[in-house]
Design a protein around this ligand. Structure first.
Ligand code: ZN
Length: 240
């Protein structure tokens, strides 16, 4: 019998804690590079979706790809707690001074006190009015498909990433040329819209303070290896 979760969108999934086979996915370099790691990781732990226990592995993977990113994050977060407990100990290198600090967080507590937020979903895509050209862009919620496409981008160019996130520009899917022709103010409006739509479902970005230089910076919990492999760091090895 799995653990029943109601995701922020209302979708219901039943999951089982991570086993040795799923743990092995972390070491699959090809999977990490192809951007399919999270898809395989999550789908391997799904027992049922909306009460349906008969899904094949392929169908489960499709469910995870179609899923909104905020739902995926929620599932990942709960899966981490159910599999390894709420305590997370990790080291992180400060982006500013490059010194490594040790941190210990409680995933349950952070969810309860709002450090990790769960945002409600709105019913429809966000329409962004473009102040210079007078046109509009439609921004939809990010899904697993978008995450995979973003992970597969050869270069991390702003343009390509923005392109993936725009569902429509004046009624059509945008091309790179369309973006090239937009004026800065319109691009800013679109980027603000994309940020606004990122606040949906569970957002696992937290703020850390460097214990060395005191600077604050934000980090996505799922970008830290210890989130998936809690045995990597112990309290003895944590420290500035
Ligand atoms: Zn620092």
């Amino acid at each position: 019998m799995g653990i029943e979760l109601t995701l922020p969108s209302g979708k219901k999934v039943e999951i089982t804690p991570v086993d040795g086979k799923t743990e092995r996915l972390i070491e699959d370099k090809k999977l990490l590079q192809s951007g399919a790691f999270i898809d395989k990781y999550l789908s391997s732990r799904i027992e049922a979706v909306d009460g349906d226990h008969s899904l094949t592995p392929q169908q489960k993977e499709k469910v995870v790809l179609d899923m909104l990113s905020g739902d995926r994050n929620y599932m990942l977060y709960k899966l981490r707690i159910e599999s390894y407990g709420p305590e997370m100990i990790f080291n992180y290198e400060c982006p500013s001074c490059k010194k490594t600090s040790g941190y210990k967080v409680d995933l349950n507590e952070m969810l309860e006190d709002g450090t990790v937020k769960v945002y409600p979903y709105r019913d429809e895509a966000l329409r962004v009015e473009l102040p210079r050209s007078g046109g509009y862009a439609l921004i939809e919620y990010m899904t697993g498909h978008d995450e995979r496409r973003l992970a597969q981008l050869k270069s991390a160019s702003f343009c390509d990433a923005t392109l993936i996130r725009i569902a429509e520009l004046n009624g059509n899917p945008p091309t790179r040329k369309d973006l090239d022709d937009l004026i800065g103010k319109d691009l800013s409006a679109i980027r603000n819209g994309i940020s606004e739509m990122a606040n949906a479902g569970l957002v696992s970005t937290i703020e850390l303070t460097c214990l060395d230089c005191g600077k604050d910076y934000t980090v996505g919990l799922a970008s830290i290896m210890d989130f998936f492999a809690p045995w990597k760091t112990s309290t003895e090895s944590v420290g500035p």
